[in-house]
Design a protein around this ligand. Sequence first.
Ligand code: DGL
Length: 265
Amino acid sequence: MTASAPIGVFDSGIGGLSVWNELVREVRGESVIYVADSANAPYGTKSRRFITGRSRAISKFLIDLGCKIIVVACNTATGAAITALRNEFDVPFIGVEPAVKPAALASLTGHIGVLATAQTFKGEHFKRSIKLYSHSVEVHERAGTGLVELIESGKTDCPETRALLIKCLAPMVEQGIDQLVLGCTHYPFLIPIIREILPAGITVIDPAPAVARQTNKVLELNGGLNTGTETHFYKFYSTGDPDSLSRMLKKLTGNDYQAYKAEGL
Ligand code: DGL
């Protein structure tokens, strides 16, 4: 592993920026290349075959740009494709999965909620973790269908988003959850409204900090942490409209970054 090489990160769109935000805090000095597959978002309602095809193409794009490790900053793509990606490519892959384990261990009511895409609930990884913890807690699943589209169009705080969230969360609150797992990397951008909707005492779990720590650990184990003095860079590509990604970058990372078209992807 070449320590000065960049880290690759991808998602169906801008959701993976919730992971990117944590990652650049955790691994300072690392270059990061981000791909938003916005032309194909959302993934959550697409077939496993389609998502695997896109994940393969994006991983190849990132590896061709020299990436030393790839963070699949998308629960849906992790569930559908990470095994295929690990079999096909030589670089390490870090995935994101709904954090059922910490939620189950922390729950006092014995009820936890998971908000994710419909496709994530079908993934083998998710089914396995449910099997492991369903003896100790009841897991209440809810597909947040429609939320990703709203977030992609910049509607992170509007009446429509709030109404859809209330529809998703109210049944879980009724069922007595005390932990809410955000099983889609887009959803952390809704945390301010989620906290307003949920009664006090329900913990909201965003897996991004754990993913950032795990990436750091895998880089360290492989001697891949960039300890050199070269200046690092952040680069952003979109398969959709790069100007729209640049605007969202300002809003979601607080920085002025110029995004580029992912040519050929
Ligand atoms: N951000 C993604 C996830 O974590 C993808 C959501 C979607 O495209 O439907 O699942």
